[in-house]
Design a protein around this ligand. Structure first.
Ligand code: SF4
Length: 242
C-alpha cells in the first residue's frame, strides 16, 4: 500500500533520469517539480471507513512518499505531523525510502531514539557511486530496520562490505520502467543475490523493468508484467541456488 502525504520532487541522482513521477505527471501537464501537500491523503493512515475501521488495516505495510522524497526540503514544515501519524499507528509498518539520507538527522523527531519500531529506512543505491555515498550514512543512523533499494539498477553494484556489517536487513532490486527505460541485466541481479546469500541478508527482486536482459537477449516487458516476471526470475535464482 502507498501513502503520499506530499507530491513532487527534484531530480538529484542518476536513478531519477526517467522518474515515473515526472513521466506520469507529464500526461496530465502537471509540474512534478512543485512539491505540494496532499489535500486528500495527508492523514490516510488515520482515516476510517463508515464502520469505524481504519482504511489501512492493522498489519499492513505502507510505503511512503513514492511520488516524492520523504526528506525533501519543501516538506520540512509538514513532516512533524507525519511522524505523529506514524506514531499513532504502531500496528502498521512504514517504509521510508530516500535519496536524501544526508538530511535524516535534521528531519527525525525528538523522541526517535533508536528508531520507531514500525519504521524501516531504505536508501537507493542504483549505481556504485550512489550506493557508496548513501549506504555508509544508512549504516550510521539509528533505525530498527535498514534496507537498500538497488532500483532502478543501472550497473553491477557491489554491496559486500556493507552487507558484511550485519546492519542491513534486506536488499531489493528492480529495473527501470516505461519506454525510455535503461536495461536491467539479470546477471547484475544474480550477483546481488549472491552477495546477499553470502552474508545472510534477505533479497527481493521486485521488478524486471521494461528492458530486461537475460542470457544476452533483451526482453521488452509490459509494465503490468514487470512484477510477475521478476518473481519468476527470483524463483529461477532460488532453483539455481538449491
Ligand atoms: S528522488 Fe525519487 S521521486 Fe524524486 S525525482 Fe528522484 S526518482 Fe523521482
Amino acid at each position: 500500500m502507498l501513502w503520499s502525504p506530499w507530491h513532487g520532487c527534484h531530480k538529484c541522482s542518476p536513478g531519477c533520469l526517467n522518474c515515473y513521477v515526472f513521466y506520469q505527471d507529464k500526461r496530465y501537464e502537471k509540474d512534478s517539480s512543485v512539491v505540494t501537500r496532499s489535500k486528500t491523503n495527508f492523514n490516510l493512515p488515520l482515516k476510517k471507513d463508515r464502520a469505524g475501521n481504519y482504511k489501512i488495516a492493522s498489519g499492513s505495510e505502507v510505503a511512503t512518499c513514492f511520488t516524492s522524497d520523504f526528506f525533501i526540503e519543501e516538506a520540512d514544515a509538514w513532516r512533524g505531523e507525519v511522524w505523529e501519524i506514524i506514531k499513532k499507528r504502531p500496528d502498521v509498518k512504514f517504509l521510508i525510502c530516500t535519496k536524501r539520507i544526508e538530511r535524516f538527522e535534521s528531519c527525525i523527531p525528538a523522541d526517535w531514539g533508536e528508531g520507531y519500531d514500525n519504521v524501516a529506512i531504505a536508501v537507493t543505491g542504483e549505481c556504485q557511486i550512489k550506493a557508496d555515498e548513501r549506504v555508509p550514512i544508512l549504516l550510521n543512523i539509528k533505525a530498527k530496520k535498514k534496507f537498500i533499494f538497488v532500483s532502478p539498477i543501472l550497473e553491477e553494484v557491489n554491496l559486500e562490505k556493507y552487507l558484511a556489517s550485519g546492519k542491513i536487513d534486506m536488499v531489493s532490486v528492480g529495473g527501470e520502467s516505461y519506454s525510455n527505460a535503461r536495461p536491467c541485466n539479470f546477471d547484475w541481479v544474480k550477483d546481488i543475490k549472491r552477495q546477499c546469500d553470502k552474508y545472510g541478508v534477505e533479497f527481493d527482486f521486485h521488478q524486471t523493468g521494461s528492458n530486461f536482459i537475460m542470457n544476452g537477449k533483451t526482453y521488452k516487458i509490459k509494465h503490468r508484467d514487470e512484477y510477475s516476471q521478476a518473481k519468476k526470475g527470483e524463483k529461477l535464482l532460488q532453483n539455481i541456488q538449491d
